[in-house]
Design a protein around this ligand. Structure first.
Ligand SMILES: C[S@@+](CC[C@H](N)C(=O)[O-])C[C@H]1O[C@@H](n2cnc3c(N)ncnc32)[C@H](O)[C@@H]1O
Length: 213
């Protein structure tokens, strides 16, 4: 579910890695400190991890390099193929944040970078509810994504993108399901998680949610 943006990723897979390395001016700030963000997410995750929205496998590579067991989920066939070329031994499955084959081993962390905003707030709530049933006390959700302190901060970024003639970025901010800290805090709390936010660049925050019971 939340697969309405998939076509975009089927087309983007071949040059996605050039965007994350800062070659697309419109997205330069979004991907500022990309490698640092991936390392920070991996460093906060436990040993047995589900990763959603694997893309071309960049976070997967950092997780595997850190010696973690990774069960990757990615709905785009083109993205999965790119990731498999880079990481032939990685375990990658077709699925999404809400509908995915369950791993046969117990997991202690659920991670994702630059992907959770493809779900509406209602779907985010549903997904965190499911993850709450999969994690034991102390288990973590560690997501890095564009999220805004409040609606004013969100609108200000759209205005800024427009004034800089960043047409694709402005359209992206207006059409995908970016949300606010208050929404994320409330849905994590509803499902028994305590969450903290760390800002990584002008758009991206790491949300680390720890299961309380
Ligand atoms: C911007 S890319 C991020 C890729 C990678 N995680 C990274 O940090 O570079 C977003 C990824 O999320 C995937 N995606 C889109 N909708 C999704 C959904 N509903 N569930 C899981 N992944 C989704 C896309 O196919 C794409 O690979």
């Amino acid at each position: 579910m939340g697969r309405e943006f998939l076509e975009l990723f089927e087309g983007w897979a071949s040059d996605y890695d050039s965007t994350v390395s800062g070659h697309d001016l419109e997205y330069k700030e979004v991907f500022q400190d990309y490698e640092k963000i991936l390392k920070e997410v991996a460093g906060r995750a436990g040993q047995n991890v589900i990763e959603f929205g694997v893309g071309t496998g960049n976070l997967t590579a950092v997780l595997l390099h850190a010696g973690k067991k990774v069960y990757g989920i990615e709905p785009s066939g083109a993205m999965r193929q790119k990731a498999a070329e880079k990481l032939p031994d990685a375990e990658l499955h077709n699925g999404d944040f809400l509908e995915f084959p369950k791993p046969a081993f117990p997991i202690d962390a659920i991670v994702s970078t630059y992907a959770f905003h493809h779900l509406t707030d209602e779907e985010k709530d549903q997904a965190v509810g499911v993850y709450g049933t999969m994690l034991a006390k102390g288990g973590k959700i560690v997501f890095a994504d564009t999220v805004f302190k409040d609606r004013d901060a969100y609108q200000a970024k759209i205005r800024e993108a427009r004034s800089r003639q960043f047409i694709s970025l402005a359209r992206d901010l207006e059409t995908e399901y970016y949300t606010t800290h208050a929404v994320m805090r409330s849905l994590f709390s509803k499902h028994g998680f305590a969450v903290s936010f760390s800002q990584m660049n002008p758009f991206v925050w790491i949300m680390e949610a720890v299961k309380q019971q």
